[in-house]
Design a protein around this ligand. Structure first.
Ligand code: SF4
Length: 322
């Protein structure tokens, strides 16, 4: 296959992303990479995969949704204990929906980005109200849930319902841009590519293999090409990995976060952590946020947390979880 080979149009196998086709240079290359990733994942089996990810042993849509929301911005090793704890307390959408948000925020301890807990709680309410208490199995219904975006919705479809849809997270986006496109790609193109790669009836296995490949072989920074199952087909590797890394700026590939220490995000997290333990009186707010000498800054983040629905304030000015 020549890098300058004929352009062909590949319709997505499952047109979940809307109408349209994607122009890529060689459909055989795309499907060949998909098959090679699938073989590699199947050979890994359950024993050699990234270890002890408990959501891989369930097809319960609520559990899968919880795991995917938790893993959106948190390392999986921190998600593992929280996942079990959360599901023990909220085993169903109904159990979560009927609890106060404060209880859900307490169960979210250690995961950060507390808006995700609020969105998950709101999703549970919507699932009970609009879907009879069952996580919906249609893309449009999933996308309508608070905080559920393209990746999470498709992950639930593939990993809970076994649908033949592709998932593009930061790991998958890295593989797609480097190996398949050989250049940076945007979200619609990445979705079309990955949907074209999913083997029939292989949505779960392929999705897990692709995420594993990006997490353990085609890693950020220096990829481990010598042990890669698709190195002979990889566009970037075949080009001698010349030029900038194609994954930079590509769909799904996360960009570095700003410095956490000293940020407003850190203060918000500290205050919510304090509120997980007990209510906070007005004269303790600045200390609880970690800025005893910056009451105005603390007041600003309190206003933001109240606006986000994450904190309540009573008539005395005492803060609590809602
Ligand atoms: S050959 Fe290297 S760059 Fe290409 S997909 Fe494999 S690990 Fe990534």
């Amino acid at each position: 296959m020549s890098p300058a080979g004929p352009v062909v149009a590949i319709p997505p196998r499952q047109p979940v992303g809307g109408p349209g086709v994607i122009a890529i240079r060689d459909s055989g290359q795309v499907e060949g990479i998909g098959r090679a990733i699938m073989r590699w994942g199947t050979a890994l089996g359950s024993t050699s995969r990234r270890p002890e990810l408990p959501w891989r042993s369930t097809r319960d849509p609520w559990a899968v949704l919880v795991s995917e929301v938790m893993a959106q911005q948190t390392q999986v090793l921190r998600v593992v204990p929280a996942f079990g704890r959360f599901l023990a307390q909220f085993p169903t959408p109904a159990a979560c929906a009927s609890a106060p948000l404060g209880d859900v925020l307490r169960a979210w301890e250690g995961l950060g980005y507390n808006r995700r807990a609020r969105n998950l709680h709101r999703s549970a309410v919507a699932i009970v109200t609009d879907h009879g208490g069952h996580v919906p199995g249609r893309l449009g219904d999933l996308l309508s849930l608070p905080g559920v975006g393209a990746y999470t919705a498709r992950a639930v479809l593939a990993f809970a319902f076994g649908a033949d849809v592709g998932v593009v997270d930061t790991n998958a986006g890295r593989v797609l841009s480097r190996a398949v496109a050989g250049r940076p790609i945007r979200a619609p193109e990445a979705q079309m590519l990955v949907d074209a790669m999913v083997p029939a009836d292989g949505g779960w296995e392929f999705g897990q293999a692709l995420l594993d490949l990006g997490a353990s072989v085609c890693i950020a920074g220096e990829p481990r090409c010598h042990g890669c199952p698709i190195r002979r087909r990889c566009r970037w590797a075949r080009a001698g990995r010349r030029g900038p890394d194609p994954s930079r700026g590509s769909a799904g590939v996360s960009t570095p976060q700003g410095v956490f220490g000293g940020s407003d995000r850190q203060g918000r997290g500290r205050l919510v952590d304090a509120l997980r333990q007990e209510d906070v009186a007005p004269d303790q707010v600045a200390s609880a946020a970690g800025w005893p000498d910056e009451p105005d800054r603390a007041a600003r983040i309190v206003a933001g947390l109240i606006g986000d629905g994450l904190v309540a304030r009573d008539h005395r000015g005492v803060l609590s979880l809602p």
